[in-house]
Design a binder for this molecule. Structure first.
Ligand code: DGL
Length: 268
């Protein structure tokens, strides 16, 4: 046993890997747990109440066995609604992932930007507030998609990407020549950034918040007192047993560094 900071990442699926990979790169020395709520994936069109309830339950459940030092909600759809509830329950830093409107507005030369997120995220008042505050000088397009989330999830789980379906989903933006900046407002989307770029060749900047979140985590950890004498193995949790392709299982271990996949029982 060693003293290591235990950090939990949470998402509906594997989207949070796009944040986790940046944190792991910057801070490889910590104890990482990753939980995904595959029982009700995707979150895109789920009610706010359900997303809050599930996120809170999973985080609480894991904290019972693995006392947590910091939580990263690596999901925009959840972060835009659940952060106040989590901060009430947990006395540790809670880091959220919300659409990076401000950097997008700053970098855009045409001042015409796109928010690509889930159907839930594009509707949130929280996001309108961010746009009002930081992008009032820009024309902002919003596109909410569940399909893209599924495509990204399937890709990471070992399937090939259907580029026609992907471009079809983005067709609304295809002819907007001035759209030079797109905010990847769902953590699944950095995982299919290259494919999105093929469908939207006019876009110069894709805003992926992963690295900024990693820096935020590093900053917050400076003042965290490690509460757990944690195991050193990195673990991944899901909420429902599923048929897992061999290739995905291998990549969880070799690419993402998780020793074991554990199915959580939220009813216990
Ligand atoms: N990856 C999540 C996000 O950042 C949620 C995707 C989903 O389940 O719809 O919004």
């Amino acid at each position: 046993m060693t003293d290591k900071t235990t950090i939990l990442f949470f998402d509906s699926g594997v989207g949070g890997f796009s944040v986790y990979r940046e944190v792991l790169d910057l801070l490889p020395q910590h104890h990482y747990l990753y939980a995904f709520d595959n029982e009700i994936f995707p979150y895109s069109e789920k009610t706010e109440e359900l997303v809050i309830q599930r996120t809170v339950s999973v985080c609480k459940k894991i904290n019972e066995t693995y006392p947590l030092d910091l939580i990263v909600i690596a999901c925009n759809t959840a972060s835009t609604v659940v952060l106040p509830a989590l901060r009430k329950i947990f006395d540790i830093p809670i880091v959220g992932t919300v659409p990076a409107i401000k950097p997008a507005a700053q970098i855009s030369q045409t001042k015409h930007i796109g928010l690509l997120a889930t159907k839930g995220t594009v509707k949130r008042p929280y996001v309108d507030e961010l746009i009002h505050q930081y992008a009032s000088t820009c024309q902002v397009e919003k596109l909410g998609s569940t399909k893209l989330v599924e495509i990204a999830q399937d890709k990471i789980q070992g399937d090939s990407v259907d580029l026609i379906a992907l471009c079809d989903e983005l067709s609304k933006w295809k002819n907007i020549d001035h759209l030079d900046t797109v905010i990847l407002g769902c953590t699944h989307f950095p995982l299919i950034k290259d494919e999105i770029q093929i469908c939207l060749p006019q876009v110069k900047y894709f805003i992926d918040p992963g690295l900024a979140i990693a820096k935020r985590v590093a900053y917050l950890l400076e003042n965290v007192k490690v509460r757990s004498k944690s195991e050193t193995k990195n673990l991944i949790f899901c909420t429902k047993q599923f048929e897992i392709q061999n290739k995905f299982m291998q990549s969880l271990k070799n690419r993402w560094g998780f020793e074991k996949l554990i199915v959580l029982n939220l009813d216990e």
